[in-house]
Design a protein around this ligand. Structure first.
Ligand code: COA
Length: 94
């Protein structure tokens, strides 16, 4: 059983392999949104993560209230897993 500070973030007890993938600090500058750039970079990030065969769990963090980002990742196939820091951060998982 894994117990460390990251357990809150990744819910490590439910992770079977040694490593997890995490997409974080992923921002497109305001005026450049809605042109498909986010989707291209998102797909490249996931493709890059896929080369690591010991990673089967992917996590993304979104601030509570960030409906656009939540919608974006939901459409990419991620689902809400749990929230952390008293609901301040929503954890998405695939
Ligand atoms: C979420 C985010 C990364 C998306 O980036 P983006 O470049 O705007 O993404 P895209 O343009 O690929 O797609 C955004 C939406 O625009 C739509 N879209 C894409 N090209 C389009 C076009 N030519 N015309 C109109 N709409 C278009 C897509 O269908 C998509 O809709 P969906 O989110 O409902 O699926 C960006 O909005 C962002 O940086 N948000 C703030 C960052 C943030 O809070 N990140 C959380 C921490 S990880």
């Amino acid at each position: 059983m894994h117990t460390n500070d990251f357990a809150t973030f990744f819910d490590l007890n439910s992770v079977r392999k040694d490593n997890v993938g995490c997409l974080s600090q992923f921002y497109i500058k305001d005026n450049y949104r809605q042109y498909g750039i986010g989707s291209v970079l998102f797909n490249m990030s996931i493709e890059w993560l896929r080369q690591f065969k010991d990673v089967e769990d992917y996590f993304i963090y979104v601030s509570n209230g960030n409906a656009d980002a939540l919608e974006f990742y939901t459409r990419k196939g991620f689902a809400v897993s749990h929230d952390i820091l008293d609901g301040f951060i929503i954890v998405l998982r695939k």
